[in-house]
Design a protein around this ligand. Sequence first.
Ligand code: SAH
Ligand code: F3S
Length: 511
Amino acid sequence: MVTALRIVDDEGSNATAAPGKRVFLETFGCQMNILDSELVRDQLLTLGYRFVKEAEDADVVLYNTCAVRAQSEQKVLSRLGVMQRRKVEQPDLIVGMLGCMAERTGGDLAKKLKHLDIVVGPSELDRLPTLLQQIETERLQLRVDRPKARAHQQVALSGHTNRRSSTLDAAMDRLEALDNGRLVDEDAKHTQAYVRITRGCNKFCSFCVVPFTRGPEVHRDPDAIVAEVQKLVDGGAIEITLLGQTINHYVHGSTNFAQLLKRVHDEVPSMQRLRFLTSYPRDFTDETLDVMASSARMCRFLHIPAQSGSDRMLKLMNRGYTTESYLQLIERARSRMPDVAIVGDMIVGYPTETEEEFEASLALLRAVRYKTAYVFKYSPRPNTVAHRRDADDVPDEVKRRRNNEMLRVQQEIALQHHEAMVGQRVQVLVEGAAKLDPKEHEAPRDDDGAVLHSLGKKVRPARVDGLVRLTARTRGDHIVAFDGTADLVGTLAEVVIVRATPLSLQGTLAS
Ligand code: SAH
Ligand code: F3S
């Protein structure tokens, strides 16, 4: 679907600097969105825009949205409601919706919400500067031509779908430039950084909107990936996370995923840590597990969602594997890396899920012993197979009960994992000051539509003894809080675990 209230020519990208314009950008959803927001930010910074922390201080307000569940979309709609009221007092304000919800609802939403100036899908983000520029120009023109008229130009671009056809290659080249154009300067320095290796998804799980919003799978050139990792590490990144929706499906020319991992690991020796998200349970090769096990700087971490512990559900979900083959994969991973942390996603209340089938999911949780399980209540998404084929027949209170029950079981498992770590000496990556609420670290995705920001290096003022409460992560992605000096932020440290709660660990610096 191409929805365009006004289409901008491919030839028309002539965005010029907009010195001083203040931008507020809020990100919803997954890591892929966090990365997209960083790339958008870099692009706009290069053009002279400035970024502010509060929407009230901004000339341009952008929401990078998620469409995976209805609740995430609701949050954005309520933000847009606030902006609608603000625009009465500040008619020059530019309001934009980026990302998957923009792609899914496209121009329809823009037609309804007249105060929404820009709607840009995830595969059009490279054109955002041009669109901003265009709106500004048209408003200026309007002021000259009809000084009393209200600004009323909207631009909506979505539609990777047309890119399944002939324009795909050209569009991908431009998106490639977006990834390659990222900034690595003092301001953009991170302790950890994301690098995309694959765009889109071809899996079409029956419940999921992502193949519609992010388009078909396209893999990036391994040389470009290695070069980007090197650039980020040279710029100060300590940990690199490779991103893809079904990352183990990566293949480019003769390079498969295992070979790519090995290349990145071996060719960037100054990178301290490497990990990747998200794995698809089918076709996860022993070759990849062997590379993980034999690479000293690879994290012991696998995010590999099962979604359900019932084979009938898995079939309806079009997942293409059984509970048995999933458990065998976990076994293959643990036999090579006994300390590997496994993270999963589970859906409760998928249409027709019975109590027994839900119990089977709990049994899977106990069998796998996840480090973290993100639990989602099924949310019907327009256009998906599940939405068209399966009535959403599990009542909301049943979904809620199953959700809570599953989280309770998972908490017990997480506490056991954490208690087993007490007394151990572990290597951690120090990320910054500890937040007051450890939940913010541990479960960024189980709160519907949780707002995620990339990690900064902010440190609270030192106490009298010169120490601050720091937060850090192990190679298995366990969060550890401990007291140390602020200069440890952004470095690897050795810590002894002294206390465990279901959500976090506390440690002391090893001497
Ligand atoms: N492979 C992707 C999955 C994206 S969606 C990744 O990078 O993680 C993230 C998770 O949201 C899925 O694993 C699934 O558990 C959940 N999810 C997706 N669609 C959903 C829906 N319609 N209702 C509830 N949960 C959903
Ligand atoms: Fe969604 Fe399944 Fe792809 S969950 S992102 S369609 S692997």
